[in-house]
Ligand binder design. Structure first.
Ligand code: GLA
Length: 358
């Protein structure tokens, strides 16, 4: 028996920048997916989560996405991509254990993919770099699951480092880790509206971004500065302008955010998070009323430095940066005020920034 583990991630700044060849700041968190498994000695593949009553069986020589058991696609898709890359892999058995909430925008899907890659690597004695793993897992999500995500989730899960933020440049495909300031905590708050990226909005936003870049004569929105965007504003449909403004602004906020992290300016960093959320709400329209309420509540609480939606959006969770000594009080107040205002229960997680896959 072998085990492999891959964490979820929280996106700190740089929303929807990854597939626009841009930059992102993220962190791996101390919640994730553990896989325990072994080779089956044949092409038989059995994956499951016995606690959740899930089990799926297939043949490594005839792989195709499952519609009925779509959770299995995250694991089987990685096997499929490994095979397409000519790697010597075949049947395996894997049991899933997870303490990562699903549908919260914390990349439980990437954690499943990356943990599968780590397990296959152990079972079949492969020697892949973390970047190769992240890229193959992204390909599994793109081609087998059918979500055209960028590299953020898989790279964050693969490259996480305790007490460090991850700076990912999605064009250069480079990763740098930056020490995260001390004395602050990250509170993740699920709004209770599950986020579903297979719902079509994600791929639609992606196309709108590509269209805006083309209209601006740029290879990607990565190449557009806010000054250039303002100069081209008159020639853009209003919707394209707002979509572009979000991505261009996020890229710039990431670069400023790095400066703030380097000099320990957590207030400055927090303000960028609030600005990021406002841009999601107004420009990119990937927020949800519940997420807006959470950010608004956070903004009014002592000790809160910043708050924004994290990940794809359209539901899911917010991430709030706060001073450690206020953590317990903020958490309590968030839950109570959210319940009072919406009638829904928020689920909160105080997270540590943790190491990546192993
Ligand atoms: C999801 C995707 C990522 C990224 C974020 C938004 O998490 O999987 O690739 O695009 O949304 O930043």
């Amino acid at each position: 028996m072998q085990t492999a583990y891959a964490p979820g991630r929280v996106e700190l700044l740089g929303n929807h920048t990854d597939y626009n060849e841009g930059v992102v700041l993220s962190a791996a968190i101390d919640r994730g997916v553990t896989l325990t498994g072994e080779k089956t000695g044949s092409s038989r593949v059995v994956v499951g989560d016995s606690k959740a009553g899930l089990r799926y069986e297939t043949d490594a020589d005839h792989l195709a996405p499952s519609k009925e058991q779509d959770w299995s696609n995250y694991l089987v898709g990685v096997l499929d991509v490994f095979k397409k890359n000519g790697l010597p892999v075949s049947g395996f058995h894997a049991e899933i254990q997870s303490n990562l909430p699903q549908g919260a925008g914390l990349s439980s899907s990437a954690a499943l993919e990356v943990s599968t890659a780590m397990l296959l690597q152990k079972l079949y004695g492969l020697d892949l770099s973390r970047l190769q793993i992240a890229k193959m897992c992204r390909r599994a999500e793109n081609e087998f699951v059918g979500v055209n995500c960028g590299l953020l989730d898989q790279a964050s899960s693969a490259f996480g480092k305790a007490a460090h933020a991850i700076f990912l440049d999605c064009r250069a495909e480079t990763v740098e880790t930056i020490p995260f300031p001390k004395g602050v905590e990250l509170l993740i708050t699920q709004c209770g509206v599950p986020h579903r990226l297979t719902g079509g909005e994600y791929n639609e936003r992606r196309l709108q971004c590509f269209d805006a870049a083309a209209r601006l004569g740029a290879k990607a929105l990565r190449d557009v500065s806010s000054a250039q965007l303002e100069a081209g504003k008159a020639s853009l449909p209003e919707l394209s302008y707002r979509r572009a403004a979000h991505v261009v602004g996020e890229n710039e906020r990431v670069m400023r955010g790095i400066e703030y992290l380097r000099c320990g300016d957590v207030r400055g960093f927090g303000e960028l998070m609030f600005a990021s959320h406002e841009s999601s709400r107004h420009n990119f329209e990937n927020s949800a009323p519940e997420l807006d309420v959470l950010v608004e509540i956070a903004r009014g609480l002592p000790g809160v430095l910043g708050s924004r939606l994290t990940g794809g959006g359209f539901g899911g969770a917010t991430v709030t940066l706060l001073e450690r000594e206020h953590a317990a009080a903020v958490r309590e107040a968030m839950e109570a005020q959210y319940l009072a205002r919406t009638g829904n229960h928020a689920i909160t997680h105080l997270c540590e920034i943790a190491d990546g896959a192993r």
